[in-house]
Design a binder for this molecule. Structure first.
Ligand SMILES: N[C@@H](CCC(=O)N[C@@H](CS)C(=O)NCC(=O)O)C(=O)O
Length: 374
């Protein structure tokens, strides 16, 4: 059927071209035209672009709304990104993204259950429906985007893999690890990159592999490894919980690209769009200078059309996502823009301070760039 239609389209185009070249009037919708005396086609009026919702479209939002909360797969062992305190409260940059998504859906950032998942568990948890979204220092890669059934929304934190050693080891580069042992966590890109980079540099080493961050860093702290490797953000984070952080140094090497961001499972484009535009609302809030403190003032006085659309003063962008028009207002009011979330968890006043670097807005020389709100 689709093939027939495309043949028809070609023929229609051909007839229009003939008509145009010959100076004749183009055929009108419904009119029958003869092309080269042999092929007769009926010109079909151009249809309005239809969005055909595939199976699965909308299922996640419906499930989340019916349940009354969002289940977000997070880290529980990486302070600044995803961490659970002794009182059971969760905090971190990735955790706040879950709150932003809950604010977009429910107008209430507390309507989220945080489900800790280890590196090895996370994709199965997403696939099986145990979690609605994964927001856990997860690197976007081709295999995860395809075979593992995952769709990554826009990167929220650009990172790279690093290596940490005891300061008194005197090691300053990867070559200094020749013949040594490196602690690494299983189920991560870290484990794979380590093998690649060491092989590429001809450095022989022994990996000591553990199933979560606590075990990996405990082994390192006990001196069972000469070094520990993970995302640089993870190293900054985990160094803060070592007995003497100043006794450890992160080498000045970047072993990989680690674009970290939220991920959803394949098959529900509406949910992907909601997750994606939640990120963009946070970027745009920062770009337009809208914070949790001034969003009400800006909402009542905004004149810039894009700001009005973002905050739902004009247009119906929220409805197009299946949400209400104040979805982005709720994110910015109740959780904050990207800079607020970043600074709360990773800013200069936190123990896990990481300079913005690539994670700055494009207008500040970074990589964060949201498409237009229109
Ligand atoms: N970004 C890498 C590594 C992420 C990762 O899992 N890092 C470890 C080391 S910091 C971690 O978060 N572990 C915590 C846990 O498994 O509970 C990936 O996506 O594979």
């Amino acid at each position: 059927m689709r093939k027939t239609l495309s043949i028809l389209s070609v023929l229609v185009l051909f007839s229009l071209l003939l008509a145009a070249c010959g100076g004749a009037q183009p055929a009108a919708p419904g009119e029958t035209v003869t092309v080269k005396e042999t092929v007769v086609v009926t010109v079909i009026a151009p249809a309005a672009p239809a969005v055909v919702a595939p199976a699965g479209y909308g299922v996640t939002l419906e499930t989340v709304k019916t349940r009354g909360n969002l289940i977000c797969g997070v880290n529980a062992q990486v302070p600044g990104f995803g961490y659970v305190a002794a009182d059971g409260s969760f905090s971190g940059f990735d955790v706040d993204y879950c709150r932003a998504l809950a604010a977009a859906i429910f107008g209430d950032p507390s309507k989220v259950e945080f489900r800790p998942v280890t590196a090895a568990e996370r994709f199965t948890a997403l696939q099986s429906g145990e979690i609605d979204i994964l927001s856990r220092n997860t690197t976007w890669s081709l295999v995860r985007d395809t075979e593992l059934g995952t769709n990554f929304v826009h990167t929220t934190f650009y990172d790279g893999q690093g290596m940490m050693v005891p300061t008194d080891s005197g090691i300053t580069d990867l070559a200094g690890l020749e013949g040594g042992t490196v602690c690494v966590q299983t189920g991560t890109t870290t484990e794979l990159n380590l093998a690649d980079v060491m092989a590429a540099n001809g450095i022989s080493y022994t990996p000591a592999v553990f199933e979560d961050a606590d075990k990996t860093f405990a082994a390192y702290a006990e001196g069972r490894c000469d070094a520990v490797t993970t995302d640089k953000s993870g190293l900054v984070s985990r160094r803060t919980v070592l007995a003497d952080p100043a006794a450890h140094v992160i080498l000045d090497v970047t072993m990989s690209k680690e674009p970290l961001g939220p991920a959803v499972r394949h098959g529900d484009d509406q949910w992907f769009d909601i997750a994606q535009w939640t990120v963009f609302a946070m970027f745009s809030g920062e770009e337009f200078g809208i914070t949790s403190a001034n969003v009400d003032d800006i909402k009542s006085s905004a004149t810039a059309p894009e700001v009005k659309r973002l905050l739902g003063v004009e247009g119906d962008l929220g409805l197009k996502l299946g949400l209400t028009n104040d979805w982005a207002y709720n994110i910015l009011k109740l959780v904050g823009n990207y800079a607020e979330v970043y600074n709360r968890n990773l800013g200069p006043d936190t123990p896990t301070y990481i300079p913005r670097g690539y994670n700055s807005l494009y207008v500040d020389g970074g990589l964060l760039y949201a498409p237009p709100f229109r």
